[in-house]
Write a protein of this length. Structure first.
Length: 352
């Protein structure tokens, strides 16, 4: 793994053009509290999972004179993210906990907001804003089967919680208990997830950076893998970083896939996912172009990584557009253009 991901990724400043894009699409909005405000906690208590393992999250507590103001601001944040921002529901909300993660690049806060009328609760995350992560979130919203709800203001990023079983937990405790048919469904989804990450250059999908979402259908369980960490969007130079199959934390899923799916099926699922990506890119072409215009003007990686990645992708595809790319935005634009062109050329039913 050390050979794939070279070092900790730095945070990149949000450019003016990206701020303009976020404002245009309702992502950049005034908020009542900032990430730095939550750093003023007085102390923390470690949080352990049900097996007694340290989760690397700590529960933060604040001085009495600051707690009320922070909780009120967090309630307002919730209404901005999930409703119309009005104060009507504030008396019915409670901030049950504010947790701080000591692991990872963004050092996020996790806030548990509970409705006191029915005890239903939801989490939201407050993090330092990073251009890489914002590009990753927006690309997930536009190009994946999933929609993402997030807001940005200044140096603060607010994200909704993505529900599901953490990938590492599922692999360790649930995978072997699944039926062969369920394992085949999981293998199929892993192939599609792997292809989706590679085409859109989302890196570092180790098992703890995605969740397994289970949906009960009338005669089966449907499985979907959803990314929850977007820090490594278009940063590394090694193309294998963008393929979860090469990350050792996913070895069990790779073994399951190879043992249950034939090569022809794997290729079929790859083609299906590329086709879906091409359709989504076409459907969102105006907004996607606006985002890619921002990204092609931005600097979110190093010259050495850019040179390495574009050369690897050129060797893989023989598409000269990769060789001509000058930055990560242009490389990703070339990748999306490549799959859209191939989809149109290979589909006999497309009206050209």
């Amino acid at each position: 793994m050390r050979k794939l991901i070279s070092q900790k990724k730095p945070a990149y400043k949000i450019s003016n053009s990206l701020f303009d894009y976020l404002t245009l699409h309702g992502r950049n909005i005034k908020i009542p509290i900032y990430y730095d405000d939550l750093l003023r906690f007085q102390g923390v208590v470690s949080i352990y999972d049900k097996y007694g393992n340290d989760t690397l999250w700590v529960s933060a507590y604040y001085s009495e004179y600051e707690r009320d103001e922070i909780e009120l601001s967090l309630k307002k944040m919730y209404t901005i993210l999930h409703a119309d921002g009005s104060d009507i529901v504030l008396p019915y909300l409670s901030i049950d906990s504010i947790d701080y993660c000591t692991f990872g690049n963004t050092k996020p806060f996790r806030v548990k907001v509970r409705n006191i009328l029915n005890d239903n609760y939801i989490f939201l995350y407050i993090k330092k804003a990073d251009a890489s992560r914002i590009y990753g979130l927006e690309l997930e919203h536009l190009l994946s089967p999933n929609h993402i709800n997030f807001l940005v203001h200044g140096n603060t990023l607010i994200e909704e919680h993505i529900s599901g079983i953490p990938g590492d937990d599922f692999i360790e405790n649930n995978l072997e208990l699944c039926s062969d048919q369920d394992k085949k469904e999981i293998a199929k989804e892993f192939v599609k997830f792997n292809e989706r990450c590679f085409v859109r250059l989302l890196g570092d999908m180790r098992s703890y950076n995605y969740v397994m979402v289970l949906t009960h259908d009338f005669d089966r369980i449907q499985y979907r893998i959803r990314a929850i960490d977007f820090d490594q969007q278009s940063y590394e130079g090694n193309s294998k970083v963008y393929m979860p199959q090469f990350l050792k934390e996913n070895n069990k899923l790779v073994e399951t896939t190879l043992s249950l799916l034939q090569d022809a099926s794997i290729e079929q699922y790859k083609r299906e996912e590329r086709s879906l990506l091409a359709k989504r890119a076409a459907n969102e072409q105006d907004r996607l172009k606006e985002l890619m215009d921002c990204m092609t003007e931005d600097s979110i990686s190093t010259k050495a990584k850019i040179a390495k990645l574009k050369n690897e992708l050129f060797k893989l595809t023989a598409d000269v557009n990769f060789k001509k790319s000058k930055n990560m935005g242009e490389i990703l634009n070339s990748a999306l253009d490549f799959i859209v062109r191939n989809y149109k050329n290979e589909n006999p039913y497309i009206i050209k």
